[in-house]
Design a protein around this ligand. Structure first.
Ligand code: XMP
Length: 512
């Protein structure tokens, strides 16, 4: 197998570890985040073109200061130390780290020596994000100062012969101007990378590896219609064709026409072995009269497993179970120190219920945007690849109170109008999540000369990068007006539309 060029990122508990990996990959070089105490043998085995030390909250003089194996400096591999990484390099190689009286924080002018390969193409003064208290007072022997700020005498240093570089600032964050350019310089000028990491090469290599690994054995995949499981399924299908079976449990709580769209794409467009289970009645009967949101979630999760289990049993023993785990899950759950089996929201606890030998996670090394690019590369339609997140329990948690078939129809129609109008005005690319909620509230209205007593639909739209916090979106009034008019005119039993103007916190994105 052809090996990709690799940059290893040693994580010293830096809050930006994932960002550094992203930036390296944006420069078309594959990167992996590994624990700071990775063994020398493991590093040699991985054979990286370069190593980056992340920043971190510790001080090199602290009792529990994280320390890498010092042998790392004898491997002949270029190293870039960022913030704590620079201080650690200094401390180990005989320079002096000191504690400043005051923390230097914020976007800061750094004067640099642009004859250094690290700063090729930079002007003398550059804005970078500084965030440190300790600083390098004296660079180690063999090093040269190549940058300073008003408060920090050694903001950048280099040992050209050994290809060791240290920077006190954070090139990986957007606040640092030209930060990616600096990382690119390290990769190309210093590590000698050629940039062979593209989604095309990822797809080709994955297909080849999966073919070799799985051969003519059988694999099973739970398809939810979401981006990750869809991309994983199509990738597997490309590698092993009909030896892959996908089970798509349609719980009837998907958005309007979504079940049919998923079926159409996977069965007709990709000719994937697909089992669609139409289990709406089953789910609705279990959910009858249930109003508590957490009970709804639990019932749906359990029923999902039961349906999946019944279908999987019909297939019999499979060799591999495919999961759509992605790289942030791996990093967040312990840096790949052990196999992480994601308990996917749609298939929670699945591995206990299905008879399989091994799990395959073909997207384990990818960030979300790389998963999307891979999807496009594989020919998955754009509207699926850029689909907004959709909760596993589906519309059940967007109908406040008990769920009935009639309420589902009302919500699907209202939601579909909202999404259509958002797409028409092009806002779908800006909003991270937007949907309709069927509130349990009925109110008085007037239609023609008639009094009505009907439901209130709430519209929700947020912008967010991590879904942990979110801001309500300032959708222009004219668009809201159009959506509202269409919903009350086109959807029976709705006579009022309201817009949710609460951010998270204190509200959550979903209403339940
Ligand atoms: P909240 O409502 O907690 O939502 O602000 C944050 C993000 O999580 C999604 N969400 C869920 N996803 N199962 C899921 O798979 C759930 O039970 C669930 N609840 C919320 C929500 O859509 C948003 O993207």
């Amino acid at each position: 197998m052809k090996e990709n060029e690799l940059i290893l990122i040693l994580d010293f508990y830096g809050q930006y570890n994932q960002l550094i990996a992203r930036r390296v990959r944006e420069c078309n070089v594959y990167s992996e985040v590994v624990p700071y105490d990775i063994s020398i043998e493991k590093i040699k085995e991985k054979n990286p073109k370069g190593i980056i030390f992340t920043g971190g909250p510790a001080s090199v003089y602290g009792e529990d200061a994280p320390m890498c194996d010092k042998e790392i400096f004898n491997l002949g591999i270029p190293i870039l130390g960022i913030c704590y990484g620079m201080q650690l390099m200094t401390h180990v190689l005989g320079g002096e780290v000191k504690r400043a009286n005051k923390r230097e924080y914020g976007e800061t002018v750094v004067n640099i020596d642009n004859s250094s390969l690290l700063f090729e193409g930079f002007s003398d003064e550059n804005i970078f994000l500084m965030s440190h208290t300790d600083f390098v007072n004296e660079v180690p022997n063999g090093f040269k100062n190549i940058g300073h700020t008003n408060h920090c005498p050694n903001a950048a240093m280099e040992n050209v012969e050994k290809k060791f570089y240290g920077i006190q600032f954070h090139p990986e964050v957007n606040l640092s101007v030209n930060g990616t350019k600096l990382i690119r310089n390290f990769l190309y000028n210093i590590c000698g990378c050629s940039g062979d990491w593209t989604m095309t090469s990822f797809v080709e290599e994955s297909v080849k590896n999966l073919k070799e690994k799985i051969g003519d054995k059988k694999a099973l995949c739970a398809l939810s219609g979401g981006v990750d499981s869809s991309v994983a399924a199509v990738l597997l299908h490309k590698a092993i064709g009909k030896n892959l079976t996908c089970i798509f449990v349609d719980h009837g709580l998907l958005r309007k026409n979504e079940g049919d769209e998923v079926e159409d794409i996977f069965r007709n467009q990709f000719d994937i072995n697909l089992i669609r289970v139409n289990a709406k009645d089953r789910f609705l009967s279990k959910l009858k009269d249930v109003t508590d949101p957490e009970r709804k979630r639990k019932i749906i999760g359990e029923e999902f497993i039961r349906v999946f289990e019944e279908e999987a049993k019909k297939i019999g023993k499979v060799d591999y179970l495919v999961q759509g785990t992605i790289y942030p899950d791996v990093i967040e759950s312990g840096l790949g120190k052990g196999a992480v089996i994601k308990s996917h929201h749609n298939v929670g606890g699945l591995p206990d219920y299905v008879d399989f030998k091994e799990i395959v996670e073909p997207l384990r090394s990818l960030f979300k945007d790389e998963v999307r690019l891979t999807g496009l590369e594989l020919g998955i339609p754009e509207n699926l690849v850029y689909r907004q997140p959709f909760p596993g329990p589906g519309l059940a948690i967007r109908i406040i109170g008990d769920i009935t078939d009639d309420k589902l129809t009302i919500l699907k129609d209202a939601d579909s109008i909202f999404r259509e109008e958002i797409a028409n005005c092009g806002l779908n690319k800006e909003l991270n999540q937007y949907f309709a909620v069927l509130t349990n509230l009925k109110s008085v209205g007037v239609m023609g000369d008639e009094r009505t007593y009907d439901y209130t639909i709430a519209l929700r739209a947020v912008t967010t990068s991590d879904f942990m916090t979110a801001t309500w979106s300032k959708i222009p009034y004219e668009i809201l007006e159009k959506v509202s008019a269409r919903i009350v005119n086109e959807v029976k039993h709705v006579n009022r539309v309201v817009y949710d103007i609460t951010s998270k916190p204190p509200a959550t994105i979903e209403w339940e």
